[in-house]
Design a protein around this ligand. Structure first.
Ligand code: BDR
Ligand code: CA
Length: 308
């Protein structure tokens, strides 16, 4: 079977690292590149962290640095209480040897999609500024892309930054509105499903045993994320936001999806809220998930011997 060719747009970030290492380990995926964005950390830090992950996993791929701030408003503070000051909890990310792709994220996205028409799926697991900039730079990207999967939003559950807004949408609501109103084949993987998938200490210990270098790093980094979830959600373990978006591509049968338009509130008390309905293009929204099966896929894939 031809592997899924993907680009991950990301703000690493502990669960971003989980998603990136999953994509590197899964033989059903060909990782064409990473594009970086502010959110969990600054764009400069996200770029450095993404480059470091390619070296950690011995899996070189282009890393293109993205926008440094939202489209229309000043940046929000980075949530260092969730991901740590540098993005991987208490785990340092050593300076990478490789340099970022000189094109920058929006150009990298447009040119890679144009070079492989109908083949690339973009999986966005951070704020959507780079995708909005790519649409503005070359609107043909919407026709050229095979699919767009967005980890973001909260349709039928509360937000995680405000009672209404999920973090990736809240950081740049105007960018999210542009991405949700583009006509391209989009799947939304929001808190409705990602908060239903819990990774445990036993899961990450097993991954560390199978892949001591990359899995060991993840296991050490995730301890900080566990502490946040314990304190903020009274949860033993952590929400598997970003890796769930990757599994929505490889194992869609594990999700219940329905078609709907989605609008983004860009003003007022509900800023960043995602609302089902409206006159925009329809997308596939995930509203149910087989959580245990998703975790089985996650642990089995990271333990399959392909990661060091
Ligand atoms: C999203 O926000 C970030 O903190 C996570 O990496 C994830 O992409 C969850 O709301
Ligand atoms: Ca993220």
């Amino acid at each position: 079977m031809t592997p899924h060719r993907i680009i991950i747009d990301t703000d690493p970030g502990i669960d971003d690292a989980m998603a990136i290492l999953l994509a590197m380990a899964d033989p059903r995926i060909e990782l064409m590149g990473l594009t970086t964005i502010f959110g969990n950390v600054s764009t400069a830090r996200a770029t450095r962290n993404a480059l470091w992950l390619t070296e950690l996993a011995h899996h070189p791929c282009p890393v293109a640095a993205g926008a440094r701030h939202p489209l229309m408003r000043p940046p929000q503070p980075h949530p260092d209480f969730v991901h740590g000051v540098e993005g991987f909890g208490a785990e340092p990310a050593p300076a990478p040897a490789a340099a970022p792709d000189p094109r920058g994220a929006a150009r990298f996205l447009c040119e890679t999609v144009a070079a492989h028409p109908g083949e690339i799926t973009i999986i966005a697991v951070g704020p959507l500024t780079n995708l909005a900039e790519a649409l503005a730079l070359d609107p043909a990207i919407a026709r050229g892309v095979k699919g767009v999967i967005v980890m973001g939003g909260a349709l039928r559950v509360p937000g995680n930054v405000t009672p209404h807004a999920e973090a990736n949408i809240w950081h740049d609501p105007e960018a999210a509105a542009a991405v949700f109103s583009a006509t391209w084949p989009m799947t939304l993987v929001g808190l409705d499903v990602t908060e239903a998938v819990t990774g445990t200490a036993a899961d990450f210990a097993a991954i560390a045993r199978a892949a001591p270098r990359a899995g060991g790093f993840l296991d050490r980094a995730v301890q900080f994320y566990f502490a946040f979830h314990q304190q903020a959600h009274d949860l033993e373990g952590c929400h598997m936001h970003d890796p769930t978006a990757v599994i929505a591509l490889t194992d869609p049968a594990l999700f219940r999806m329905h078609e709907t338009a989605v609008e983004v509130r860009t003003e007022g008390a509900e800023i960043g809220r995602t609302v089902e309905g409206g006159r925009g293009p329809r997308l596939r929204a995930c509203i149910g998930v087989d959580s245990d099966a998703v975790m089985q896929v996650y642990v089995a894939t990271l333990s399959n011997g392909r990661l060091p």
